[in-house]
Design a protein around this ligand. Structure first.
Ligand code: NI
Length: 206
């Protein structure tokens, strides 16, 4: 099981990733901004938000795929895999694969463990699922703690490198509101905003 922290450091591409959604009312706005900026991203979604949602979450997944974004698996209930038994880990991942596939016709290629916590034993257990790798991140501006926008922008501006995988969340309105300038500052530095699959090469999204 492959574990990815960043993409190649010799090409000017970075990957924005949004965890814990989809969140109707916030994810829509993020998709609007990405579309306007000709930028693509990867959304690590929660299975329960899709399977138990009212249909709007499933519409958001369809839109992600249509607009060239990638959908990743962030577990079903956001329970840390380090706290789950072996069969429960497999169930969390498999149920989310199924929920995403049912919503948009594609099963995720990547899994991001909730809280970023995972052990070697968990990795072995995940190898029986159909995800082909674990995607972590190389830049965490801690957007979920809703710092002032200027602080978020500065963290990204000073931390970004070619190949960066940037951790964000489509659960907080503050992240949506900070995003236009964040996208601008990355593109102004010459970075192309791509999906994780595009960042690391190989088969394209979804
Ligand atoms: Ni999360």
């Amino acid at each position: 099981m492959r574990v990815i922290w960043a993409g190649p450091a010799d090409i000017p591409k970075v990957a924005l990733t949004f965890d814990d959604g989809p969140t109707p009312g916030i994810t829509d706005g993020i998709l609007d901004l990405l579309h306007a900026a000709h930028a693509r991203a990867t959304f690590f979604v929660l299975g329960q938000r899709i399977a138990n949602g009212n249909g709007r979450a499933r519409e958001l997944l369809k839109r992600m795929v249509l607009e060239g974004h990638e959908v990743g698996n962030h577990g079903f209930t956001h329970t840390s895999v380090t706290q789950l038994g072996r069969s429960a880990v497999e169930r969390e991942v498999a149920a989310t694969q199924q929920a995403v596939y049912a919503a948009c016709g594609f099963a995720p290629r990547w899994f991001r463990p909730p809280g970023g916590a995972i052990t070697f034993n968990d990795l072995r257990q995940l190898s029986v699922t159909d995800v082909s790798g674990i995607v972590m991140w190389s830049l965490d501006p801690v957007d979920w703690s809703t710092p002032p926008r200027e602080v978020l922008w500065r963290r990204v501006a000073t931390g970004v490198r070619p190949g960066s995988i940037i951790l964000l969340h489509d659960t907080h309105r503050e992240t949506l509101e900070a995003l236009p300038v964040l996208i601008d500052l990355l593109q102004a530095r010459g970075y192309e905003l791509v999906t994780v699959s595009e960042l690391i090469g190989g088969t394209p999204a979804p």
